[in-house]
Design a binder for this molecule. Structure first.
Ligand code: R2B
Ligand code: URA
Length: 283
């Protein structure tokens, strides 16, 4: 192509000097909401001691897209990916191309998210060792040219363990490594009883969650399958670190006060920041 328009990022290889803008990126961090990723950008800035050029403030580089937000803090690029597989999939296509155009060398990708715990109380971390879909299948299935394309949803085991080992005794959260179920829906897709529709009862739900739990699945969320599959296909080292908002074995509604939820959402950031600092050789 003469030029590549990264439409949903409001960037392009013809309109922007992507090498100049992004070649130093070593870590790509994404999470659901623009606000959380802006907070992460500010947090990682403090953690790595990065100073913005005098007279400038942190800017959402993709604000003209009105789709995703993007913040750059030295070697760290932060994105919001929205909710669900289609949203994170579109973003990954464009971020992977961005890394290619910018000639970045082996960037590591992280998803910092929220999830429902299966047998894990709210406010704890789950690092995904791999992802499965709602049928417990370990691959992303996508119709391509009228045929189902399967891509294995494999994550980097070493990276998952390295992250787990950064847990400290006095952290207010625990860290577990296990499988993640990624669904196409928050309500019926995750066996909730509190959606607008529900054609099953509590016993059906608990029997499904028990099956999930018995398969060493520790949490449920809505992006890991695509995130793992596309990163693995691209040969990108990747990790998914999610904080549990509730234990699904005990309920469906997210009823914890907002202030507590906001605090919990910092936990994945704390762990990933430790990893980044270590990689950068910072104390
Ligand atoms: C976790 O939280 C969102 C649903 O509330 C979804 O994006 C996910 O994976
Ligand atoms: N995100 C999910 O996808 N499910 C939950 O239960 C909580 C957050």
């Amino acid at each position: 192509m003469e030029q590549d328009i990264l439409y949903h990022l409001a960037l392009g290889s013809g309109s922007h000097d992507l090498v100049e803008m992004f070649s130093e990126i070593r870590f790509v961090c994404m999470g659901g909401t623009p606000k959380r990723m802006e907070q992460f950008a500010n947090f990682i800035m403090d953690e790595i001691g990065y100073k913005l050029p005098a007279g400038t403030t942190l800017l959402d580089i993709s604000y003209r897209s009105y789709r995703y937000s993007m913040y750059k803090v030295g070697p760290v690029l932060c994105f919001s990916h929205g909710m669900g597989i289609p949203s994170v999939g579109i973003l990954l296509h464009e971020v992977i191309k961005l890394m290619y155009h910018a000639k970045c060398k082996d960037p590591i990708f992280f998803r910092l998210g929220t999830c429902g715990g299966i047998g894990i109380e709210g406010g704890n971390l789950v690092i995904s060792e791999s992802a499965v879909d709602g049928m417990l299948q370990p691959f992303l299935e996508l119709p391509v040219l009228g045929k189902l394309k399967r891509r294995p949803a494999i994550l980097d085991k070493q990276l998952a363990n390295d992250l787990k080992n950064l847990h400290m005794d006095d952290d207010p959260f625990s860290v577990s490594v296990g499988k993640t179920m990624c669904t196409y829906d928050f309500y019926e897709g995750q066996g909730r009883l509190d959606g607008a529709f529900c054609d099953y009862n509590e016993a059906d739900k608990l029997s499904f969650l028990k099956k999930v739990h018995d398969a060493n699945i520790l949490n449920m969320e809505m992006e890991s399958l695509c995130f793992a599959a596309l990163c693995y296909h691209a040969g990108i080292k990747a990790a998914v670190v999610c904080v549990t908002l509730l234990n699904r074995l005990h309920g469906d509604q997210v009823s914890t006060p907002k202030e507590t939820l906001n605090k919990w959402q910092e936990y994945p950031q704390i762990l990933v920041a430790r990893y980044i600092k270590k990689q950068l050789g910072l104390p």
